[in-house]
Ligand binder design. Sequence first.
Ligand code: SF4
Ligand code: SF4
Length: 486
Amino acid sequence: MDNKSNKAISRRDFLKIAGASGLATTGLTACGTSGKQDSTAGTTSLPSTGQMTYRTNPTTGDKVSLLGFGMMRLPSVGGRSAREGNEEIDQNMVNKLVDYALEHGVNYFDTSPAYCRGGSERATGIALSRHPRDKYFIATKLSNFAPSTWTREGSIAMYQNSLKQLQTNYIDYLLLHGIGMGNDGMKEFEARYMDNGILEFLLEERRAGRIRNLGFSYHGDIRVFDYLLSRHDYYKWDFVQIQLNYLDWKYAKQINPRNTDAEYLYNELAKRNIPAIIMEPLLGGRLSNVPDSIVARLKQREPERSVASWAFRFAGSFPGVLTVLSGMTRMEHLQDNLATYSPLKPLTDEEFDFLQQTATQMMQFETIPCNDCKYCMPCPYGIDIPALLLHYNKCLNEGNLIEDPDAEGYRQARRIYLIGYDRSVPRLRQADHCIGCNQCSPHCPQGINIPNELHRIAHYVDNLKQEKGSGERRRQRERRRQGQQA
Ligand code: SF4
Ligand code: SF4
């Protein structure tokens, strides 16, 4: 099916459609009173309690906070995200983050058996079960990615383990996880949910009340998304989770031909009055780590606001959006996002256009579209794929990727690249150790040809290193050039 054919509705029209038939926006009063100053405030003014923006689920009437807590980047005892390395989840810190989030009106917590190397559900269950069950909504997923879990028994065991880890006897929002992924998204979807009867099992669980809302998270093969929506009369999806941000709105397909523009995905849901839950509002951090020229452009408009807040305002401004997920490892991330949504200041049409122009400008930078999802990991040869790609993008964004040794700023850029490279990735996990087996690329939802990119990075780093101690070669080049000019 041609995705573009359904894009005829203008933004204003669909806002009207979604606004008229869809979710209600309310400024509910959450617990607590006014906000107070905190020295860990980050880059944006501090959030006030009692001002969170809420959206109403049209099926169940749930009042869901516009900020949803994604439990996929929980802090580890070493202070990093527990997605990385082998450190344990810092449960005390998770408890503090959850307490602060609840106190400031966040009531949607999204986890999965696959997050934090399998530890997220347990940590989420421990933190949330310290609070009354009716004060929050739990979202989790049937993450039966491995073929060993495709059997009916394997999938049901995973679902039952989720209830146990989360210390609950019902799930508020249950998702079929990562629909459309894999080399043949349709075939994989059928193996994971249809052939084994698991989708029917989940429908039965919803009828029994152990699942309050049933939906799916979508990545990749658009045929699966279209198929599931075409059967909406039967499945009655309560919500669908999609990737939406101001770059993917019109450029997702251009960035990766396997992806679909968020404009299409959102409009298809809005037409059917299905609430959208938003993942990747920051595109894996790419929209908070933008090139310097883009930072200047955004800061000129809103000096007090963080760069990330623009992306959150974009995602939250669509009325068909129930909640926007953010994986918050540190308190300042949480506070920054709370400030953006307490309450939301929706984008004006002019600001919407401004962000679309910003996206067009960002497309001029040839960054690698890695969003740090880590689905390609672990590499059997120990390569830290996302760290290598993100360091490359960071240097590119900051103007520290200069190939020509004669170009202005080369020496400083070279130094910054090499020092940062060794700091962010241990030697044995660097790009030159990739053997090109390509076991990673099929798992990448962004369709990145990982061995090719790593080969390119290894080659670039090699060139930078060879320049070391080659001052004489450079001086010779300089003398030759001066001779030619004379
Ligand atoms: S291609 Fe390279 S990065 Fe990918 S799995 Fe093989 S060794 Fe690891
Ligand atoms: S390379 Fe692909 S799979 Fe790996 S972290 Fe980046 S986007 Fe995710």
